[in-house]
Design a protein around this ligand. Structure first.
Ligand code: GDP
Length: 482
């Protein structure tokens, strides 16, 4: 019977994982949070014996070998590590960012610290790294909504003060159409395009608002232009049934397809199989953009964390067969700050995670938080010309970028005063709660080129420099190398 087969399958899986242990590590975050850079640097540092003092297994010399092998899933694109590392190290340019799901298997051979480990795993761990857009996670709440509820929520947010100036064109056009009028492909396409345009405008640097569902509108993967993505919310729908053949009926059907052919399979086939998860966030960008962006990041983070602790809703928890047992939220690009501010960034993000967890009725206690730079593009210096030493960071700004009317040539090293983060997370968020804009001192975010790789005293090229990547690794996989 099917059940017996499933049981046999499970036993088979268990046995094979006992002798050939593998760990699926999910890497996610909203677009440009730093997923591609994180994976590339992680792999490079493990392949080339990087400096990882806080990653016990590596630092104690127990990792004997690490190498890439074909991934287990043939139907998922491979993470293009070789292309990304060539661009980073040889061209000193940032590689293309994540646009869809991809996977890479890194095999780590190690000497087990325990006899139990030596007996069963033979000291080999298959680390399957799964890279996917955080935008796709934001679709989870849609599974519990029908088209009417989705429309109501989406239109309410579009009309909110943080977004109304960006959604005007979409809302104006959507309020002209007759939902019960005849379905038209042209109208559906026009509305979907205007809605996507509005979602993209929210993401622009100056606003830095986090994405809203449907996640595939901005990150379509290979579904660009398909009917399941050609719909949009409609404003002010009444409770009456949509007549068959009407625009609303067409939108309803496509929304249901989006859920059944896009969202549900993604969760079932990918998210539900993960063992560990790192969520990358660009907290500094949000803080620089101001109050709305920080509150919005908190909302998005709450929705993302909800995906890793399903259970409150039956419809959703049925999709998950096993639990992710470790979640790490990492604030990336800490190399834009002087090290004095790294702990402040960590404290701010910890508070943000606690607040996000409260929103979903959880505590942030078992979620680890870290401030990190997967690739460190700067070094530190100080300006001692004044009465107090001023902390500076030094790097090579990207060619063509501008500050105060000066255009950088992409070759010249430049020292920048990065700015300070607020010392006290509590008072920062208290100010955020009050209606006034909090006084967030702007951080100077200059985009630097990736660093030149140094050589050691024997002339051997070192791996990519980083900040606290070793701590992230220790938390995410350290216990599986014991
Ligand atoms: P994602 O794949 O969309 O999540 O984002 P990427 O990994 O492509 O990162 C987006 C951009 O952020 C990169 O092109 C870099 O400019 C910058 N970035 C990401 N990680 C780091 C980092 O650790 N340090 C610095 N300085 N910049 C970073």
């Amino acid at each position: 019977t099917d059940e017996a087969l499933i049981a046999l399958g499970t036993i088979g899986e268990r046995a094979s994982s006992l002798f050939n242990p593998s760990l699926r590590l999910g890497v996610t975050g909203l677009s440009r949070a730093g997923k591609t850079i994180f994976i590339t640097s992680l792999v490079h540092n493990l392949l080339h014996g990087g400096r990882l003092p806080m990653f016990e297994a590596a630092w104690s010399g127990r990792i004997s070998k690490a190498y890439l092998q074909p991934q287990p899933d043939d139907d998922v694109p491979r993470f293009q590590y070789e292309d990304h590392i060539a661009r980073l190290v040889q061209d000193r340019l940032w590689p293309d960012s994540t646009r869809a799901i991809s996977e890479l298997r890194l095999v780590i051979e190690y000497e087990s610290a325990s006899s139990w480990g030596r007996m069963f795993s033979g000291g080999k761990l298959n680390l399957d790294i799964v890279d996917y857009p955080g935008e796709w996670l934001l679709d989870l709440p849609l599974l519990t909504q029908d088209y009417r509820a989705f429309s109501r929520n989406a239109v309410e947010l579009a009309r909110s003060s943080a977004r109304s100036d960006l959604s005007g064109k979409f809302l104006a056009r959507a309020s002209q159409v007759d939902a019960h009028g005849e379905a038209s492909e042209e109208t559906a396409r026009e509305l979907a395009a205007l809605f996507t345009e509005y979602l993209a405008a929210c993401k622009a640097d100056s606003r830095a608002l986090s994405t809203l569902p449907p996640g595939r509108f901005l990150m379509p993967g290979d579904l660009d232009g398909s009917p399941a993505l050609t719909f949009a919310p409609l404003p002010d729908l009444d409770d009456s049934r949509a007549p068959s053949g009407s625009l609303q009926a067409m939108m309803e059907r496509r929304f249901e397809s989006y859920k059944s052919v896009v969202v549900r399979p993604f969760f079932r086939e990918h998210v539900a199989r993960l063992d560990r998860q790192i969520v990358l966030i660009d907290a500094m960008q949000a803080m620089n953009a101001g109050r709305d962006a920080v509150i919005d990041l908190e909302r998005a983070l709450a929705e993302v964390l909800e995906c890793f602790r399903p259970g409150r809703n039956n419809l959703i928890s049925r999709l998950f067969t096993h639990r992710i047992d470790k979640v790490l939220v990492a604030a990336t690009k800490a190399d834009h700050l002087h090290h004095e501010s790294h702990d402040r960034l960590e404290a701010l993000v910890s508070r943000l995670v606690d607040r996000a967890a409260e929103r979903i009725g959880a505590t942030g206690a078992d979620i680890e938080v870290i401030a990190m730079a997967a690739v460190r593009a700067t070094r530190e210096a100080s300006d001692t010309s004044g009465s107090e030493a001023l902390p500076l960071i030094v790097g090579t700004p990207i060619k063509g970028d501008e500050i105060d009317g000066h255009t950088f040539d992409g070759e010249t090293k430049t020292a920048i005063f990065p700015g300070d983060l607020p010392k006290n997370p509590e008072s920062f968020f208290e100010q955020l709660e009050s209606a006034s804009q909090p006084t967030i001192p702007p951080i100077n975010i200059v985009r630097f080129r990736p660093p030149k790789i140094e050589r050691d005293e024997r002339g051997v090229k070192l791996s990519l420099p980083h900040i606290r990547l070793d701590r992230a690794l220790n938390f995410l996989i350290g216990d599986r190398l014991e």
